[in-house]
Design a protein around this ligand. Structure first.
Ligand SMILES: [Zn+2]
Length: 231
């Protein structure tokens, strides 16, 4: 049944989407060293039990290192719980630096729910494995207006982390632009992907639309991992 559903979604759908960037893929079989640069044992443990869900039935694995242990010579994902929340995309080629590649500041908020924490960890590790936001597919079905709203919402966040106003505008446009199909491995557009944003908007046909925040990897999230990080 699961297989049938996947088949329909992948090949029965004329629009394709989502969005694993080809030149950001980690090499097959990589053991990704994940180094915690800070954070309480509880926060680190939450990441350690949640993030590996991405890697089931793939050729990748994680090895986690606490900040008090001696770090390995090469680190692939460096996690800090300070400043903001976000992640570099996939293989960034910088394995020797001590700077974070992923920030999970929102996990330190007392307001965050268990499901919100789970969503944040899975979403940011999706980026760390090379996934871009689902709405950046050229086959996004709901029109440009909602994407323009995402871009406008982005400006103050970029300025908060140090961008000038003009640089923030440039950056927000870049990171929300549609991604050319030639640079990404794609599945069908996947409303349920953990890489989709939670959104509420009126689509190009005037219909009210709500995209709920996913808290689990979707069927196609897992499919993409297993296909393009095949064992
Ligand atoms: Zn994101």
């Amino acid at each position: 049944m699961i297989f049938m559903t996947t088949m329909i979604l992948l090949w029965g759908h004329t629009a394709h989407s989502a969005v694993l960037i080809k030149d950001k893929l980690w090499q097959k079989g990589t053991v990704l060293n994940v180094l915690f640069l800070d954070g309480t044992p509880e926060l680190q443990q939450l990441v350690i039990v949640t993030a590996p869900e991405w890697l089931q039935n793939t050729s990748l694995s994680f090895q986690f290192f606490g900040h008090s242990s001696k770090p390995p010579r090469q680190t692939h994902i460096r996690v800090s719980f300070s400043l903001h929340s976000g992640s570099q995309l996939g293989d960034h080629q910088d394995y020797a630096s001590k700077y974070p590649t992923m920030n999970l500041f929102d996990l330190t908020s007392e307001q965050i729910s268990d499901s919100g924490a789970r969503r944040l960890i899975l979403h940011e590790f999706g980026h760390a494995l090379g996934f871009e936001h689902e709405y950046r597919s050229g086959f996004w079905p709901y029109g440009e207006k909602v994407i323009e709203e995402i871009i406008v919402d982005c400006y103050p966040k970029m300025q908060q982390i140090g961008y000038s106003r003009l640089a923030a505008i440039e950056r927000c446009k870049n990171i929300n632009a549609p991604i050319a199909a030639s640079v990404a491995h794609l599945t069908a557009y996947d409303e349920l992907s953990i890489m989709n944003y939670q959104m509420s908007f009126v689509d190009s046909d005037g219909r009210k639309k709500q995209i709920k925040p996913a808290v689990n990897l979707s069927l196609l999230d897992r499919y993409a991992m297993q296909r393009w990080y095949v064992r």
